[in-house]
Design a protein around this ligand. Structure first.
Ligand SMILES: NC(=O)c1ccc[n+]([C@@H]2O[C@H](COP(=O)([O-])OP(=O)(O)OC[C@H]3O[C@@H](n4cnc5c(N)ncnc54)[C@H](OP(=O)(O)O)[C@@H]3O)[C@@H](O)[C@H]2O)c1
Length: 339
């Protein structure tokens, strides 16, 4: 069978990078999501509007597909716990069953390192073969979805599980993207000092191009099936490091505060954001209620073992965080996602 891909979650952030990368490499690509075809999707891609967790026929969308890249899922930035369970667990369960029926060659599932949980101490750096202990609803839903994949693997599906950490880069509308919007808002409001809580919180990040490269690499690697792979940079900046990088990019200085709720209050941030929108800023990045939401909670299992991935020969191309965050901020400015 020629290589033909189904990318679920085709209207989402990571898919907006993966789909063109597959097309560039000569794959035949089909995409699906509940929503319609995004304007930026390459024209040779066939897009299907499908609810994976509903009653839509999935055999049809899988027909002729050799490789599934299952990216569809709901996360806590925009969805309730019920929606996260429905889209992640029920959607994945239906999709793996259909994939077994239609005989796909490989099924790659985009899970998340949130499956490990943050509260129960696991061996660190966390290897992929520990028993996960997810602590939040998103991690529980991703683990529930993974278990559907592992059950299908036991019954013969050639499954690969990819577990990225927080993904950033052009087009990102949440997580680090929201933190960048927080800084842009405070700079626009005229502040020249960026407050951050005195207690540093260790972070972990990965650039979207590295996630796409790892995904493409593992989708065809001879030894990847039946295995999970952490996808994370091997450097762990603190919240102070990250805020310092952002402060430099907005010509601000960083100030440590004793108040965990430091910075502009939420209503003021919303008002300033409205003024920016009135001046032509695109309403793409999520303004989170909690300023620097990404950097608030510490994680006992923050450090991850990436030996499984690197032993397959994969190398990260975007390990210089200040430079890749700077080019992300440039991209946001060029596209007027921030002013
Ligand atoms: N971004 C990150 O930092 C990150 C980190 C680790 C893991 N991941 C995982 O990577 C995957 C992709 O992430 P992303 O950031 O690209 O997500 P995203 O931008 O939120 O996109 C999610 C996609 O899933 C689709 N979807 C959701 N529920 C669906 C359903 N019931 N049926 C069909 N399609 C559905 C959405 O489209 P419609 O709403 O149009 O249906 C959208 O295309 C997700 O599974 C996520 O959990 C992401």
């Amino acid at each position: 069978m020629a290589r033909s891909a189904l990318v679920t979650g085709g209207t989402g952030y990571i898919a907006s990078h993966l789909v063109p990368a597959l097309v560039e490499r000569g794959w035949q690509v089909r995409s699906c999501a509940r929503g319609g075809r995004p304007p930026s999707m390459p024209e040779e891609v066939e897009h299907h509007a499908v609810d994976l967790s509903g009653t839509d026929d999935l055999d049809e969308v899988l027909s002729g597909v050799s490789h599934v890249f299952h990216l569809a899922g709901a996360s806590s930035s925009r969805s309730s716990d019920e929606e996260m369970w429905r889209s992640n667990v029920e959607g994945t369960t239906r999709l793996v069953e259909a994939a077994r029926r239609t005989g796909v060659e490989r099924f790659l599932y985009m899970s998340s390192t949130s499956v490990y949980g943050e509260e129960v101490q696991l061996p660190v750096p966390v290897p992929e073969d520990v028993e996960p202990c997810p602590s939040r609803s998103y991690g529980k839903a991703k683990w529930g979805a993974e278990q559907a994949v592992w059950r299908a693997v036991e019954r013969g599906l050639a499954g690969v599980v990819v577990r990225p950490v927080s993904v950033f880069g052009p087009g990102n509308t949440k997580l680090l993207g929201s933190a960048i919007l927080d800084v842009a808002v405070e700079r626009f409001a005229g502040l020249d000092k960026l407050d951050v809580h005195r207690e540093p919180v260790e972070q972990r990040l990965v650039h979207v191009d590295d996630v796409v490269a790892a995904t493409l690499h593992l989708a065809v690697h001879p030894d990847s099936t039946g295995r999970a792979f952490n996808v994370c940079l091997d450097t762990y900046p603190t919240s102070h490091d990250l805020v310092g990088i952002l402060a430099d990019l907005f010509s601000m200085s960083i100030e440590l505060s004793d108040d965990p709720e430091c910075g502009l209050p939420p209503e003021e941030r919303a008002r300033v954001r409205d003024r920016m929108l009135a001046l032509g800023m695109q309403d793409q990045i999520l303004l989170s209620k909690e300023r620097f939401r990404l950097m608030r909670k510490s994680n006992l299992n923050n450090r991850l073992d990436i030996g499984a991935l690197t032993s397959t020969g994969f190398r990260f191309a975007h390990s210089d965080l200040p430079s890749s965050i700077a080019s992300t901020v440039d991209w946001y400015r060029q596209h007027r996602w921030i002013l």
